[in-house]
Design a binder for this molecule. Sequence first.
Ligand SMILES: [Zn+2]
Length: 127
Amino acid sequence: MTKIELNKYRNVLEAKHAEIMRLVRNRDGIAIERSSDALDEVQQATERELAIRNLDRDSNLLRKVGAALRRIADGDFGVCLHCEENISPKRLAAVPWAGFCIRCQEIADQTHGHSADDLVASWVNAA
Ligand SMILES: [Zn+2]
């Protein structure tokens, strides 16, 4: 991958990182609001649950974006974490923080109850 391409991905990833940070911060403000109304409380509990789920998803993504930025710094960006093949440019354009080539991602997706990150852990542990 050329330096220009790497810079492009770094810009995209840094923008994404900032965007998620903003989202997470804004949501924190909403989540701590309290109401004495019982009906509101039920609704707020639901919203809190949703917020926590979103937060989960966002922090997951944040971790992936951060890891991708580290891979750019380390010089192994765009290489599959599992099989060490190059990740296709098309896939990186769609998912710049992708850590796996499409083949390994499909295997990860098919494995029930495991995120791709868990799979990496089990692969690393097995090695
Ligand atoms: Zn792979």
